[in-house]
Design a protein around this ligand. Structure first.
Ligand SMILES: [Zn+2]
Length: 478
C-alpha cells in the first residue's frame, strides 16, 4: 500500500506501519458535551470518519476509540447556570452529539468511553505519575511536573523557553513551574466529585485521553487525531503524561490534525460566537451537502464556511448526484456482467487512489469524480452497460468512504438542494431576547416549567445566559 500520512510529530508524510501488522489502533479526541456541536466539530469527526473508512477499505482492521468528555469546567458552569445537574446536561448533549453524527453519516467508533466511567483508570495513571516523581500534590490538586519530561515541546515544535514565557501570563503560585498542568482538581462545594488519595475532586482535561487511550490500546497507538488547536497544550500534555507513566515512546506513532473551519477568515469557535451549530445548518440543507463541503477540501487545510459556500457545495454535489443517477440508469438498462475497457474509468480509479493515498486528499479524489462523470456524459452513446456497471462499482467504493450521498435519488433526503442559510450566525436581537424572556417569566408564573426550560435552552443556543432572581430573570450575552 502506498498510503502516506502527514505526521504532526515529524512534520512529514510517512507510510503507516502499525504496531501490529494489519491492525490500526486509533484514538480521536471527542466532544465536551455541554452544548450542541458546531460545524468546526463536524469537520473533525467527518474527517476522521473518512480516514477510518478508507483504512478499512485498504484492508486494515481499525480499532477506533473516541471519548466523550462528560465532566469538565464548562459542563459544571452550564449546570450552575441552568440549575440542571452536570450529569443531566452531559447526557442530553451526548445524545444530541450522536444524533448529529448519525445524520452526517459518521459511523460510531468501536468504543466511546466516557470520563465518568473511567475514573479508576485515571486515578491509577495519576498515582503512577506521582509515584515516579512526575507529579506532585498541593492542597487537593495534583500537577504534572514538566521539568521531569524531556519531551516538552516535541509535538508542538515550540521552544520550551517560549512556552515558559507564555505560561507566565497566568501563574498559579502553587505550581513549581508555570508550565505545569493539573492532573486532578479538588472539588468546589456542591460540584460532582470522586474520592481520591488526594481528596475529593475530578480529573483535569488532559489526563482523561491518556487514560482512555492506554486502557483501550495499551501504552502505544498508531494514530491519534484531533483538531489542529489541540496540538498545544492538550496533545502535548497527553504525550508527557503517557510516556512518563509507561516509559514507552512514542505514545502515538502518527499524530493527525485537521484544519479549522473559518468564517470570514476567522476560526469558527464557540467562544467567538461566530458559529453555526450542525443543527442550524441541517435545518436548511441535506446532511450530504455539509459533508460534501467539509470533504471537498484536504483535511489539513482551512475550510471557509459561508452560506454562499453551502450553496456552491449544493450545486456541485447535485452535479455528481445527477451524473451518478444517469450512470445507474444506463447500467440497469443492460447486462450486469462487469467488464470494461473504457479508458477514463481506469484513469479515474488510478487518480482516486493516488489522491487518497496522498494523506487523504479528498479534494483531488472528488475532482476525479467530476472528470469521470463528464467523460461519461460525452461517451455515453458509445458505451456499453458493462462500462456503466464497472463505473458504478467504482463510485460505490468511493461512496463507502466519502458517504456524500452519490447514490441519492431525486427528491430523497440526501439529494442536494440549494435553499440558502440565513446570513447571520445565531445573532439574536435584544428585543427578541426580551420577548422570549417575558414568555418564559409567564410560563414560570403558571408553573409550566417544561416550556420555561425550552425557552431557556433556545436562548442558551443563541449565546444568551439567563439568571433567575426571585420571580424575574436577568440575562447577558456569553
Ligand atoms: Zn483528548
Amino acid at each position: 500500500m502506498a498510503l502516506r500520512l502527514y505526521n504532526s510529530l515529524t512534520r512529514s508524510k510517512e507510510p503507516l506501519h502499525p504496531l501490529t501488522p494489519g491492525i490500526v489502533r486509533m484514538y480521536v479526541c471527542g466532544p465536551t458535551v455541554y452544548n450542541y456541536c458546531h460545524v468546526g466539530h463536524a469537520r473533525a469527526y467527518v474527517c476522521f470518519d473518512m480516514v477510518v473508512r478508507y483504512l478499512r477499505q485498504c484492508g486494515l482492521q481499525v480499532h477506533y476509540v473516541s471519548n466523550i468528555t462528560d465532566i469538565d469546567d464548562r459542563i459544571l458552569t452550564a449546570a450552575a447556570q441552568s440549575g440542571e445537574s452536570a450529569r443531566a446536561i452531559a447526557e442530553r448533549f451526548t445524545q444530541a452529539y450522536f444524533e448529529d453524527m448519525q445524520r452526517l453519516s459518521v459511523l460510531r467508533a468501536d468504543h466511546h468511553p466516557r470520563v465518568t466511567d473511567t475514573i479508576p483508570q485515571i486515578l491509577d495513571l495519576i498515582s503512577t505519575l506521582v509515584d515516579h516523581g512526575h507529579a506532585y500534590f498541593v492542597d487537593g490538586d495534583v500537577f504534572f511536573d514538566v521539568t521531569t519530561a524531556p519531551q516538552l515541546g516535541e509535538l508542538s515544535h515550540q521552544d520550551p523557553e517560549q512556552q515558559l514565557a507564555g505560561a507566565r501570563v497566568e501563574v498559579d503560585v502553587r505550581k513549581r513551574d508555570p508550565r505545569d498542568f493539573a492532573l486532578w482538581k479538588s472539588a468546589k462545594p456542591g460540584e460532582e466529585s470522586w474520592p481520591s488519595p488526594w481528596g475529593a475532586g475530578r480529573p483535569g482535561w488532559h489526563i482523561e485521553c491518556s487514560a482512555m487511550s492506554i486502557a483501550a490500546h495499551g501504552p502505544q497507538l498508531d494514530i491519534h487525531g484531533g483538531g489542529i488547536d489541540l496540538i498545544f497544550p492538550h496533545h502535548e500534555c497527553e504525550v508527557l503524561q503517557s510516556e512518563s507513566a509507561t516509559g514507552k515512546r512514542p505514545f502515538s506513532r502518527i499524530w493527525m490534525h485537521n484544519g479549522h473551519v473559518m468564517i470570514d477568515q476567522v476560526k469558527m469557535s464557540k467562544s467567538l460566537g461566530n458559529f453555526f451549530t450542525i443543527r442550524e445548518v441541517l435545518a436548511h440543507h441535506p446532511p450530504s451537502v455539509l459533508r460534501f463541503l467539509l470533504l471537498n477540501t484536504q483535511y489539513r487545510k482551512p475550510v471557509e464556511f459561508t452560506p454562499e459556500a453551502m450553496v456552491e457545495a449544493s450545486k456541485a454535489l447535485l452535479r455528481l448526484q445527477q451524473g451518478t443517477f444517469q450512470l445507474a440508469s444506463s447500467a440497469s438498462a443492460g447486462v450486469t456482467e462487469a467488464s470494461s475497457q473504457w479508458a477514463p474509468l481506469a484513469a479515474a480509479i488510478a487518480s482516486y487512489t493516488t489522491a487518497m493515498d496522498d494523506d487523504f486528499n479528498t479534494r483531488d479524489a472528488i475532482a476525479t469524480l467530476f472528470t469521470l462523470l463528464s467523460a461519461y456524459a460525452q461517451d455515453a452513446p458509445k458505451l456499453s452497460a458493462a462500462d456503466a456497471t464497472t463505473a458504478l462499482a467504482f463510485l460505490r467504493r468511493v461512496e463507502d468512504v466519502l458517504s456524500i450521498g452519490l447514490f441519492a435519488t431525486p427528491g430523497s433526503p440526501q439529494w442536494a438542494s440549494t435553499s440558502p442559510l440565513p446570513a447571520v450566525p445565531s445573532a439574536i436581537e435584544d428585543a427578541e431576547v426580551m420577548r422570549l424572556l417575558a414568555q418564559r417569566d409567564a410560563a414560570r408564573a403558571r408553573r409550566d416549567f417544561p416550556s420555561a426550560d425550552t425557552i431557556r435552552r433556545q436562548l442558551s443556543e443563541a449565546g444568551i445566559e439567563v439568571q433567575d432572581v426571585g420571580g424575574t430573570s436577568t440575562w447577558r450575552r456569553r
